[in-house]
Ligand binder design. Structure first.
Ligand SMILES: Cc1cc2nc3c(=O)[nH]c(=O)nc-3n(C[C@H](O)[C@H](O)[C@H](O)COP(=O)(O)O)c2cc1C
Length: 372
């Protein structure tokens, strides 16, 4: 896809996909998840076509977060990385864009979807969707400062879709190069039923590509919803935590090949790698175990649908305890060869079961634990 724009004759071209001719997948930005460590673990199981970073906060005294910069500079597989920003002050946004342009990014993405009250109350993230005039100024400023790809990630509205068409017009007006659409309102959080017809509507209204996002729980769902909406591709968040093979599986399903079905021994290796990649000698073991439990909350019911694994692993306190429980459920007694139920539950209520609560100023703040 290549076209020229009147904006300083900008040449717009989305990066090639891994499998030529296939539609692209993207790993959704997830704060405290999609760091370099996580990207490495996913890449070993089949990279997404595009990565989006956790968001860089943009305000008067903000500096580029070195941890997020690492995920740009050291991507494990050389796949394109889009750097996500969250903010609203035009001067600060301009400065941050200038700083980011020194780094090997494929483009810059604006967060217009974060539903955490502490975020949207400052009129950033999802809060912007209440005010199209402010969005107009921000998109104009960013477009002016970004000679490469300028992308937007947004929801269909704040409490409803009353501004949806206006927002799409602004996306067109400012020649956004790619829209990732999370097909829920901000107030719908992560649990409301995703509205795929809104993706179809956006595809019809826009000339730029649209990535469909929201409860894409398996390769089969990705194919169905991307085809049904006419979207350019799929952006996947939580299902990739449960099933890091999903990007490879989507390539296989597009090629009409047999789709890889992970076994519990594969999950055991995944969990081990997560622990190793995220481990940090400066962080107390209890904290590292607590972080692993957040990941395992997504994986747990696929290991044991009765919930015994979830129950036991949540009671572990040390690394040894945690891995002894993992080994019992995923390896011992011949369990390693058992298929892992990698397809997340498809209903909106089930998919939000897993917990990744990171504090109430986080995009994922409203996640609740399955047992809570
Ligand atoms: C733990 C977590 C952190 C998230 N952090 C961000 C973020 O930093 N920026 C963003 O635009 N969206 C963020 N999101 C939203 C996801 O990118 C995605 O839009 C949402 O999870 C819906 O997609 P899914 O159903 O495939 O998970 C986050 C979601 C989760 C679960």
């Amino acid at each position: 896809m290549q076209e020229t724009s009147h904006l300083a004759n900008r040449v717009v071209s989305l990066p090639e996909t891994i499998a030529p001719g296939q539609w692209p997948t993207a790993l959704a930005p997830m704060q405290d998840v999609t760091s370099l460590a996580y990207m490495r673990v996913v890449a070993r199981r089949g990279s997404p076509d595009y990565y989006f970073t956790e968001y860089f906060r943009v305000h008067g005294t903000s500096r580029l977060d070195p941890k997020i910069l690492r995920s740009i500079e050291e991507t494990p597989d050389g796949r394109p990385v889009f750097a996500q920003l969250i903010g609203e002050n035009l001067t600060d946004l301009r400065r941050t864009v200038r700083e980011l342009r020194e780094y090997p990014i494929a483009g810059i993405d604006l967060n217009m979807g974060c539903p955490a009250p502490r975020v949207y109350k400052k009129n950033v993230g999802g809060g912007l969707l209440r005010n199209p005039k402010v969005v107009d100024r921000i998109l104009g400023t960013l477009r002016e400062g970004i000679p490469t790809l300028f992308t937007v990630k947004m929801r269909i509205g704040f409490e409803d879709d009353r501004h949806f068409d206006t927002l799409l017009e602004l996306v067109s007006k400012h020649e956004v190069d790619l829209l990732s659409l999370h097909v829920r309102t901000v107030q719908g959080g992560y649990r409301s039923e995703p509205s795929y017809p809104h993706a179809r509507h956006a595809v019809q209204r826009l000339s730029c590509p649209v990535l469909l996002n929201g409860n894409i729980t398996s390769a089969a769902v990705a194919r169905k919803e991307v085809t049904g909406s006419g979207a350019h591709g799929a952006m996947i968040g939580r299902a990739a935590i449960r099933n890091p093979w999903i990007f490879r599986q989507i390539r296989q399903i597009q090629a009409n090949e047999k789709v890889f079905c992970p076994k519990l021994e594969d999950v055991y290796l995944y969990v081990n790698e997560l622990y190793e990649e995220f481990s940090d000698s400066r962080v107390p073991e209890a904290k590292q175990v607590a972080r692993m439990k957040k990941f395992l909350n997504f994986v747990g019911l696929g290991v044991d649908s009765r919930g015994d694994f979830l129950h036991q692993m949540r009671r572990s306190r040390t690394r040894d305890e945690l891995f002894s429980i993992c080994s019992e459920f995923m390896c011992e007694g011949g369990r390693g060869a058992t298929p892992f139920h990698h397809q997340s539950p498809s209903s909106a209520s089930r998919v939000s079961e897993p917990s990744f609560s990171l504090g109430n100023n986080s995009c994922s703040a409203e996640f609740e634990s399955p047992s809570s």
